[in-house]
Each structure stands twice: as structure tokens, then as C-alpha cells.
Ligand binder design. Sequence first.
Ligand SMILES: Nc1ncnc2c1ncn2[C@@H]1O[C@H](COP(=O)(O)OP(=O)(O)O)[C@@H](O)[C@H]1O
Ligand SMILES: [Mg+2]
Length: 247
Amino acid sequence: MGKTTICASLGTALAKLGARVALVDADITLNNLDLTLGLETSVVYDISDVVSGKCRLKQALLQDPYAEGLFVLPSSHAMRSGGIAAKDFKEIILTLRENFDYVLIDCPAGVDEGFHRAVSASSEALIVTTPSISALRDADKVITLLDSYKMQNIALVVNRVRGDLVLEGEMLSVADIVKLLHIKIISCIPEDDKALMMCGSTPALSLHNQAIVMLAHNIECGTARIFDATAKYRGIVGKIRRKLIKI
Ligand SMILES: Nc1ncnc2c1ncn2[C@@H]1O[C@H](COP(=O)(O)OP(=O)(O)O)[C@@H](O)[C@H]1O
Ligand SMILES: [Mg+2]
């Protein structure tokens, strides 16, 4: 659905706006965040080493070489999901909150133990969904679940939107999704092959990155701009683009 990709790209974009950002991989068994940022070979310590006292939190934080102010706390390569107690996880997040402008937690899939651990340590949530029916049903369940936690703010990110399909009536529009889920929208991110390229040494000038930068501004500066994934497919040139995709 794009949680890890968005966490990594949004963290990069916020850091590039001058914020100090910590990314925490809460997907204890799959540890994808360091991989997504291309930092997996630099991992020395991970979250389980912090919990067991093998290292200090500062030692486990990896600094991203391409975005000053961006740090990652990798998840454990070896541990089972249940290996880190919610209380220990929350303590780590509270310490990070004292030292960073933003602490972004990359939530694991599903709504079991790992979800509870991540959500109970958070004060705000971004729900990432795609426009598919199954993803929207899951997002609806997650919104209901989050109501039972003391979240100060919940907002929706609609990922992998295909503007051509929206205009053809084959994909729900962002407006339709907001009506269905009754939730504030903060970002629309288009389907884009260069989805991962916000991070690293040569960020691509892709539509995905434009949408991510808009999201970072909405969070950091309080703007409310939503990327229009259909713009590229409007007008005569846009119609030609749509026809070309179908050929
Ligand atoms: N906007 C997008 N356009 C195209 N591909 C995307 C987009 N967002 C994510 N992806 C791709 O989808 C796959 C799953 O993304 P990931 O971020 O790992 O999802 P999750 O963390 O929710 O499981 C990855 O291959 C990623 O590159
Ligand atoms: Mg993930």
C-alpha cells in the first residue's frame, strides 16, 4: 500500500525543509525501512539492542547521508514481533520526541500486536490507503480502531492514484474516498514508477516527489494543498496521453 515508501520519502522531504526527523521501523520482523532508504549495510545496532541495553538509543540511530537531520532507528533482523514490549517501545518514542521535530513510525501491516505497539506510542496518525475496495475497507476498520486510542489528529493519505483511471470512471476519486471514509485528507499521491526516488543521492523530479513535498509542506507549514493526479490527463494533450496508455 505504500506505508514504508511514504514514511521514508516524507521523512526525507521534512528533513529537506530543515526539520530534525527520526524514522522508527515498527515492522519488527520485516525491517524494510533501512532497506527502502538504502542504508541496510550501515546497520550496526537496532531497536532490540536498545531495549536489551546492549547500546544507547543514540548509537542505534543511523544518519541518512543524503538528508541532513534525517535519522533511522532500524528494527530487529532476528527478533520475533512479540520481542519488544509496548511499554519499552513507547519509552523509546518518548525519548525521541524530546530530541526531534518529528518522529515517524512505520507501522507494520495488520491490526494485531505490532499495530497496537506502534499506535499506543503515537499522538497522531496518517492512514495510508489506495483507492481499491479492499484497501478502503481496511482503512475504514483502522479509522474505527484508532477512535479507541487517544489520537490528537488523524488524516488520510490516498496513495497510488491513477489520474487516467479516475477520469475514465474506473477508479474512485479522492473526493469520493473522503465522502466514504468521513476523514480529513492530507495528501493524494499518484501511481509512479519512481516512487522510491525521493530518497538517496539523486532524488527524481517525479510526480510522486511533488506530491510528497506538498504533503511535507501541509504538515510543516499548515497548508492544505492536495496533488491533482488527474491534471496530467486533462485537456487535449491529456486525452492523447490516456489513449496512449490504452494502446
Ligand atoms: N505511489 C506509488 N506508485 C508506485 N508504486 C508504489 C507507490 N507507493 C508504493 N509503491 C510500491 O509498492 C510496494 C509496496 O510499498 P511499501 O511502501 O513497502 O508498502 P507497505 O509498507 O505498506 O507494505 C513497493 O514496491 C513500492 O515501491
Ligand atoms: Mg512496510
